[in-house]
Design a protein around this ligand. Structure first.
Ligand code: SF4
Length: 331
């Protein structure tokens, strides 16, 4: 591990000043960053501890929405009455992630910032990883790529975003609030994570030194018909091979609005507007579910070891939509 300085921020302004130097990184729960530090995949020069900042509240917004502070712990968010009542899809996705111990430490902001679990990104014995060493190549393309992307990948990187929470936030039209030395701005979830393109070292559209302060959820029509389906190699404490956040607003038996977002398949939560459009105005029969599922994976491409994820994702969409329709969500 490289040596670095450690500072504890006393205020948001203090944190922004401390993080203004090159090589600085914020640390909250540390559930991902500490692993990356120990393995040498991340080599910051300064850690700015933000855990004492007053950013852990979960509160109603005047427009019927809810604001989740960046330091709200994943377990607190999942169990909060406002989230369970209004955004049970988010509770379900959070509970599907990691382990109880990790959820007690992990924060909203940290979950948004967690990095891919590509083996070659973590293992510094490999010197081919464009995300860790820009310009070095991508060992996963010809290597072990069972967990990698089937959608939105580039010639430079085929990694996936590992977050469950982010998939649900994308389905719920969340907005990420950030602060930088130049002021505040809001980033829709659809624009927060990015596809790898030719700059896979960048996971998000955050500017250097910006701090996530909160996530805003707008009022939602998806509290009755929702399902977060996570398919993984073992029943708990594993990342998704494929996940689906399905949310439906059903009026008189007809789909009025819908969300279909895939996780574990791309460098960002993969929302399918085509799949959603195919559902709207229809009764949710087998034909409608199948059509939406086909559209959700259109353009998918597999590699040597992950071709199976295309059919798995298609079937997962069908199952998640059926469970959402039946309101079988459990949180
Ligand atoms: Fe690195 Fe991305 Fe290739 Fe993995 S998939 S080795 S993270 S460049």
């Amino acid at each position: 591990m490289n040596s670095f300085s450690y500072e504890r921020a006393a205020s948001i302004d203090d944190a922004l000043q401390l993080a203004a130097q090159p090589g600085a990184k914020f640390i909250g729960g540390g559930t991902n960053l500490l692993d990356l530090l120990k393995g040498g995949a991340e080599r910051p020069l300064r850690l700015v501890d933000i855990t004492r900042l007053a950013l852990a509240d979960i509160a109603e917004l005047p427009n019927g929405g809810v604001r989740i502070g960046a330091l709200a712990r994943n377990s607190d968010t999942a169990n909060h009455p406002l989230i369970r009542q209004r955004y049970p899809l988010l509770s379900q996705a959070l509970v599907a992630g990691a382990s109880p111990q990790l959820r007690n430490m992990a924060t909203t902001g940290g979950n948004l910032m967690q990095r891919t679990r590509c083996y070659y990104f973590y293992d510094t014995a490999f010197d081919m990883c464009n995300k860790r060493l820009p310009g070095s190549g991508c060992a996963a393309k010809e290597g072990q790529n069972r967990i990698h992307a089937i959608l939105g990948a580039s010639a430079d990187c085929i990694a996936v975003n590992p977050s469950d929470m982010s998939v649900a936030l994308a389905a719920l039209d969340a907005v990420v609030r950030v602060r930088g030395v130049q002021g505040e701005r809001s980033i829709p979830m659809a624009d927060f994570h990015r596809l790898p393109g030719n700059m896979p070292q960048l996971d998000t559209t955050l500017r250097p030194g910006e701090l996530i302060t909160a996530v805003d959820l707008p009022a939602s029509p998806f509290a009755s018909h929702f399902h977060y389906l996570k398919i993984r190699d073992r029943a708990s404490y594993a990342f998704a091979l494929v996940s689906v956040a399905a949310a439906l607003e059903i009026l008189d038996g007809v789909v009025h609005s819908a969300r279909v977002v895939l996780g574990g398949v791309a460098h960002k939560p993969w929302r399918s507007l085509d799949a959603e459009s195919a559902l709207i105005g229809h009764r949710l029969d087998q034909a409608a579910r199948s059509a939406a599922a086909r559209l959700a994976v259109q353009g998918a491409r597999g590699y040597a070891h992950n071709e199976f994820k295309i059919e798995l994702a298609r079937r997962a969409v069908i199952r998640a939509l059926r469970r959402a329709e039946l309101a079988e969500g459990t949180i």
